[in-house]
Structures are given as structure tokens and as C-alpha cells.
Design a protein around this ligand. Structure first.
Ligand code: ADP
Ligand code: MG
Length: 308
């Protein structure tokens, strides 16, 4: 087993590959890390020259062409917006900023009601318009390109709730292409268990106590599936004893209260990531209802009793 990690997307991306061939492992690490950095350069909100930043900058003025990969991630995000009845919404960007989550958590602040209402006008994934257009050129013939535009001048896309999951799925494809048959990927709580671990049928995944990380509250086994956990302890600030977490309810514009963590098991890491964020917003009852409805999905919701 060989294990390596890099810092990307503001957090730790870690991969363990199971092979005896150190040379093969080294090549696989290189391929995977290049891929993760490539995706960060594409999706980052922190890099002004990322493809997403350029779209955010101009798509309210005119349709901007978009790579097919980024268009796919955005289309998936819109789909999860529909599945979660609008709880998962990649246009929460302006709300993240107004609560001070954008750069550093120490900037956390409570916005005025008026401020929230004015930001809320731009927040809806329905403001995103993706189209296919056919570009004809004399030399290359017809080519299908995707363009993206925003229907509201202040709309901004934030892929923080799905991008790491997509990156994990992409890493699995790269590992396969590098001849690796067994690996465990962990990108800040977005896990994919690929293949079979040595001498076992499946991978044992332990669940942390969200309020006491050294405490394991349970475990389950998976193989060729993903697990993602969204928690109120990842990024948050506390003012007057109240916890404000970085998962925002797009309907109210406020950080979700009551839910502590959501763990989702699904076939892909993209799906697990988006659904863990979406179910977090839906809360205990509606969230569980959705998990039950999706036959390939399992989940655990940990919540705080508001009376205690
Ligand atoms: P983590 O980043 O800790 O793994 P999540 O996957 O739950 O946690 O993603 C939280 C991030 O998702 C936030 O930092 C923000 O960028 C984005 N986000 C917050 N609220 C929503 C929402 N309602 N829908 C979609 N994305 C959201
Ligand atoms: Mg998520």
C-alpha cells in the first residue's frame, strides 16, 4: 500500500493505492494529483483565472462558452437542485459572501435582513441557462459548444457543495487508467472505495462522532461506492453562543440550524457530495424522505434536539 496527499481546493486530498508495484503507484499519484489540480484550476472561486471565475464574471452580460466538462458538472448540479426541490443550489455564492464565509472563517458576520433579501433575488439555480449551440466553421465543420448565461445580473456559481465529489470520481477514472485495481480516496470527507482491499471483500468505513472526532459511532462496509459527509463543524463561526455553519438554506438565505451532519452513500462521489449538502438543507424529515425515495442511496442524519 502506498499513501500520498496534497493540498487542493483549500483542503487535503488523500489517496491510498493498493499495489506491490511502487513505480506504478508513483505514476498513478502523479496522474491523479495533476487531475485534481486541473479541476481546481477549472472550478475554483478563489482563483480569478479559473474557468468558473471567468463565467461568473461575464455570464450575466452575455452567453459565455463553457468546456463540456464544466458544463456537465453544472448540469449535474441543476439536476440535484431539482431532486432536492431547490435545497441544493449552486447559486448560493452571494449568500456565502454576505455571511463572510468566502475567504476566512474569522470574517463571519450576521447580515441585516435587508441585505439578505437583496442577495436572495439573485439566488436560484433556475437563473442559470445552459445551451448547446452549433458552431460552424469552414475548416473544422460543425462543432457543438455549450454556452452559459445568467438571467440575473448578480447570479454567481459556487461549486463548493459538489466539486470535491466530482474530483473524486475523476480521480477514480484516472486511477483505473493508470492500471490501479484497488484504492481508497478521501477528499475532506468525500470518500470513494475502489475495488477490493487486500484480503477483504469490502472496505470498512468508520463514522466519526461529529462533536468528538476521536470517537467512532458506527461503521459500515462498501465497495465501488462513495460516501460523503457534510457537517456543521467543517466551516462555521459562533456569535453569542450560536453556531453559524457554511451550509445555507437558499430559501431563507440563512445557515441551516439543527442538523449536525449528514452522511450519504451513493454510487458516485458527485451524487453523494451533492446529496449530503442537499439533505442537510432539507433537514431530518424531508431529508430522510428523499433518502428513502432514491433506491441507490443510503444515509444517516445526525441532528441536535432544539430543546436540549
Ligand atoms: P464540505 O465543503 O465541508 O465538504 P459540503 O459538501 O456540504 O461540505 O459543501 C458545503 C459547501 O457547499 C459550502 O462551503 C458552499 O460552498 C456550498 N453550499 C452551501 N450551501 C449550499 C446549498 N444550499 N446548496 C449547494 N451548495 C451549498
Ligand atoms: Mg456536498
Amino acid at each position: 500500500m502506498f499513501k500520498k496527499a496534497i493540498l487542493s481546493m483549500g483542503t487535503v486530498f488523500e489517496v491510498s493505492v493498493y499495489t506491490r508495484d511502487g513505480y506504478k503507484a508513483e505514476k498513478a499519484f502523479n496522474n491523479v494529483f495533476n487531475d485534481i489540480n486541473r479541476l481546481d484550476d477549472m472550478m475554483s472561486n478563489y482563483k480569478d483565472d479559473s474557468e468558473l471565475s471567468k463565467i461568473n464574471e461575464s455570464a450575466a452580460r452575455e452567453p459565455i462558452s463553457c468546456s463540456s466538462e464544466l458544463a456537465y458538472i453544472i448540469e449535474q448540479s441543476l439536476n440535484y437542485g431539482d431532486i432536492t426541490n431547490g435545497a441544493f443550489d449552486i447559486t448560493i455564492g452571494p449568500l456565502m459572501k454576505v455571511w463572510g464565509f468566502f475567504k476566512f472563517k474569522k470574517d463571519g458576520r450576521i447580515p441585516e435582513k435587508g441585505e439578505l433579501n437583496s442577495e436572495l433575488k439573485s439566488v436560484s439555480y433556475k437563473n442559470i441557462d445552459i445551451r448547446e449551440t452549433v458552431e460552424k466553421s469552414f475548416l473544422k465543420g460543425a462543432k457543438i459548444v455549450k454556452t452559459i448565461s445568467f438571467k440575473n445580473t448578480d447570479t454567481q456559481i459556487d461549486l463548493g457543495g459538489i466539486g470535491k465529489g466530482y474530483a473524486v470520481d475523476s480521480a477514480v477514472r484516472v486511477l483505473k487508467g493508470s492500471g490501479i485495481k484497488s484504492a481508497l480516496i478521501n477528499f475532506a470527507g468525500n470518500i470513494y472505495a475502489y475495488g477490493r482491499p487486500p484480503e477483504r471483500q469490502s472496505w470498512v468505513i468508520g463514522m466519526q462522532n461529529p462533536r468528538k472526532s476521536e470517537d467512532i459511532i458506527g461503521s459500515f462496509e462498501i465497495k465501488n461506492r462513495a460516501v460523503s459527509t457534510s457537517g456543521d463543524y467543517e466551516k462555521y463561526f459562533i456569535i453569542d453562543g450560536e453556531r453559524y455553519s457554511h451550509i445555507i438554506d437558499p430559501r431563507t438565505g440563512r445557515p441551516v440550524k439543527g442538523v449536525v451532519s449528514v452522511t450519504i452513500v451513493a454510487d458516485t462521489a458527485t451524487r453523494a457530495d451533492a446529496l449530503s449538502t442537499g439533505v442537510f438543507v432539507l433537514g431530518l424529515d424531508k431529508g430522510m424522505e428523499l433518502i428513502e425515495k432514491l433506491s441507490d442511496v443510503e444515509g444517516v442524519i445526525i441532528y441536535e434536539d432544539s430543546n436540549s
